[in-house]
Design a protein around this ligand. Structure first.
Ligand SMILES: Cc1cc2nc3c(=O)[nH]c(=O)nc-3n(C[C@H](O)[C@H](O)[C@H](O)COP(=O)(O)OP(=O)(O)OC[C@H]3O[C@@H](n4cnc5c(N)ncnc54)[C@H](O)[C@@H]3O)c2cc1C
Length: 274
């Protein structure tokens, strides 16, 4: 397809790579750290995360630039590795007995965003999944997006039967805006996870989103919830989240103005009676 006329294609690599490491199961209590959590060590320009496995171990993933002074390339010896982990992840280090072996033996993976158009050719072949819309892994939705492709395609097959030309075009029209939206969300979430999760303001924002989600159930749904736990198409989820945020900001402004007016009136009344 890449050799055909008028086929658009782009692949964009992150300058970060990733390496998988392990926190083994704790012999006494099973999980060495809280199991019902996504652990993030945000370090602004890089980060490490840990996700639990059924056997009590955690798969840690270190996302770090490939090149530069602070990068995978800069670590060449066990001593340098130990110094880096002691400085950056002192709480994780004692839980990673196989760190050096895994660090030097496991491959450093790359992360790419793929976009292309059209997703089909000659009404005979059509693309699904990463082949047409690989995304970086920070929203945990790459595989889900591929499954959604199949689901939408199956629903269209019920509608159009084997009119492949029509089916392929309709399928791409329905899916591409959503996978484009997901590609952007995934890149934005990388910046959010590594840079903002460490800030108090960010955590307060997340807590208030959760609170609003509960308080205004059905009306306000946090973006992450819409993307991860509903079938709201990704592009629609982004649009809805923007609308919600604008309404919440407007509501907060009105409440603030009302409060100031009320306080001024009370103060005025109080001073008048004095
Ligand atoms: C680090 C990382 C973490 C991720 N985490 C998540 C997550 O938490 N949640 C999530 O939903 N997604 C996640 N993903 C994304 C997910 O893995 C992919 O989106 C998903 O595997 C895509 O499935 P696919 O079938 O389209 O492609 P692939 O899984 O890449 O399958 C394509 C297959 O085709 C084979 N192949 C290639 N060329 C040929 C050929 N010429 N002939 C025959 N076979 C061929 C390949 O060997 C491969 O087996 C993650 C990805 C990465 C890299």
């Amino acid at each position: 397809m890449q050799k055909l006329d008028r086929f658009d294609f782009s692949q964009t690599y992150l300058r970060h790579g990733y390496k998988e490491l392990t926190i083994p199961a704790d012999r006494g209590s099973g999980f060495a750290i809280e199991k019902n959590a996504l652990h993030i060590w945000p370090r602004r320009s890089f980060m490490m995360i840990a996700l639990p496995n059924f056997d009590g171990s955690f798969t840690c993933t270190l996302f770090w630039p490939f090149e530069g002074a602070n990068s995978f390339a800069a670590i060449q010896s066990k001593k340098e590795l130990s110094r880096f982990f002691t400085e950056q992840f002192p709480d994780a280090l004692p839980l990673m007995p196989n760190l050096a072996q895994e660090f030097f033996e496991n491959p450093t993976g790359s992360m790419v965003t793929v976009r292309c158009e059209p997703w089909h050719c000659f009404d005979r072949a059509v693309l699904f999944g990463d082949a047409c819309h690989a995304v970086v892994p920070f929203y945990g939705q790459g595989m889900n997006a591929a499954f959604e492709d199949v689901l939408v395609f199956a629903e269209l097959m019920d509608q159009w039967g084997r009119d492949w030309g029509k089916l392929f075009r309709e399928y791409e029209q329905l899916r591409k805006p959503n996978t484009d939206a997901l590609a952007n969300l995934a890149i934005e979430n990388f910046v959010e996870m590594r840079d903002r999760t460490g800030s108090r303001r960010f955590r307060l924002k997340k807590k208030s989103e959760k609170f609003l989600g509960r308080w205004l159930r059905g009306w306000y749904i946090p973006l992450y919830t819409m993307v991860s736990f509903t079938r709201t198409p990704y592009a629609e989820a982004v649009r809805r989240a923007r609308r919600q945020d604008a309404l919440v900001a407007a509501g907060a402004f009105v409440v603030a103005v009302l409060l100031v007016t009320l306080l001024t009136a009370i103060l005025h009344n109080f001073l008048w009676h004095c």
